[in-house]
Design a protein around this ligand. Structure first.
Ligand code: F0G
Length: 367
């Protein structure tokens, strides 16, 4: 009997506090021990939301779900990796952490490091981080260093700094990050009772696709699911090194979260592609924005532009989805992270400067 069933039998509804955070929930699957101080914001347990409007566009009985990881405590999937990375850093006696980030990693690193009583240093590409993410890093008490270079350059710098000075690197080169992130695959299987046929996921540094693959494989090895999904990774066309097969020196896309030209997890991700019979494909900024708007106005789900790349990719490759298949699209970050893009790209009517007059309001409404 599950915890949920037991509570129902007692006539008690579940409460948020029944969810202990992902380290406790999946402890036996993770490299933690009694000596690990668990630094948690009760991340994980994010909803798998059916997407009927998108499914209808695919047709042929295909079922589509959105793994809405934007509902984590700092608004992105990075919390899954960060609860692990920061807990292990704390266990090792570290007093400071560092990362390079397009915004989400820095928000999560800041929140978890501060909660663990550590200093957080974050390097961001100056001018290319969505406003909400910058606000988070500052508010959580990180020391923010904006460098005049892209993410790839910032990552090279933090690697060197962490080799020379007593600060723990918490980018996805830190193996505990992917361990934490693999729990999203566990949750997908726990919710569906089986792995999906396709997993569509945005790809930047290619850590998350590798983490999901590890999670599905762990579960299959333990008999929790029988099959493994095809892993479909989508990159923005202007920042698509995995698709092109070479480093992109000047990555460019509206989806700043995945504005990455030299993914550090490239080799791992190529293994995922080969083993899962998957593929890396590019979607244009226009396709990303179309999917972003459709998710908002069609499904009622607000994600950030990078996250919408998974749905843009699914729509683009719809002909290849087998009839009746189950598809999960990963929505990696919350739309509130990037209000600027939402305000600039929507099809809604926005009537400004109206007089405070009932008749005028009714008239504008079309009555
Ligand atoms: N989606 C969002 C919202 C992201 O923030 C990122 C990566 C990705 C997708 C890609 O994941 O790198 O594992 O392939 N953001 C990093 C950051 C780079 O600094 O926040 P990936």
């Amino acid at each position: 009997m599950s915890l949920l069933q037991a509570l129902r039998r007692l006539g008690q509804g579940p409460t948020m506090q029944d969810w202990p955070g992902l380290i406790e929930a999946y402890r036996s699957w993770l490299p933690v021990s009694d000596a690990t101080p668990v630094i948690t914001l009760h991340e994980g347990a994010t909803p798998l939301i059916p997407a009927p409007v998108i499914a209808e566009r695919i047709g042929r009985g295909v079922k589509v779900y959105l793994k809405y990881d934007g509902l984590n405590p700092t608004g992105s999937f990075k919390d899954r990796g960060m609860t692990m990375a920061i807990s292990k850093a704390k266990e090792a006696g570290s007093e400071a952490v560092i990362c390079a980030s397009t915004g989400n990693t820095s928000a999560a690193a800041a929140a978890y490091a501060r909660r663990g009583g550590m200093r957080a240093f974050v390097l961001i590409p100056d001018g290319y981080v969505a406003q909400g993410k910058l606000a988070q890093a500052l508010l959580y008490g990180a020391e923010v260093l904006a460098v005049q270079g892209n993410f790839d350059r910032a990552l090279a710098i933090v690697r060197e700094v962490s080799e020379r000075h007593p600060v723990t690197l918490v980018n996805s080169l830190n193996p505990y990050r992917l361990q934490g992130q693999k729990t999203a695959a566990f949750e997908v299987v726990d919710a569906l009772g089986e792995a999906p046929d396709w997993l569509c996921i945005p790809v930047g540094n290619a850590g998350n696709i590798s983490a999901y693959w590890m999670g599905f494989n762990n579960y299959r090895a333990a008999g929790r699911c029988r099959r493994l999904p095809r892993m479909m990774g989508f990159q923005a066309a202007g920042s698509a090194p995995m698709v092109l097969g070479h480093v992109v020196e000047q990555p460019d896309t509206i989806a700043t979260a995945i504005r990455i030209g030299n993914p550090v997890n490239r080799d791992k991700a190529l293994v995922v592609e080969a083993e899962s019979n998957g593929a890396f494909m590019a979607v244009t900024d226009a396709e990303i924005i179309e999917a972003y708007k459709l998710l908002g106005s069609g499904e009622g789900v607000f994600c950030e532009p990078a996250s919408a790349a998974s749905v843009a990719g699914l729509l683009k490759r719809r002909e290849e989805v087998p009839a009746g298949a189950t598809v999960v699209c990963v929505l990696t970050g919350n739309g509130l992270k990037d209000p600027t893009t939402a305000i600039e790209h929507n099809d809604s009517k926005f009537h400004t400067g109206l007089p405070p007059d009932t008749d005028v309001v009714a008239q504008v409404m079309g009555f």
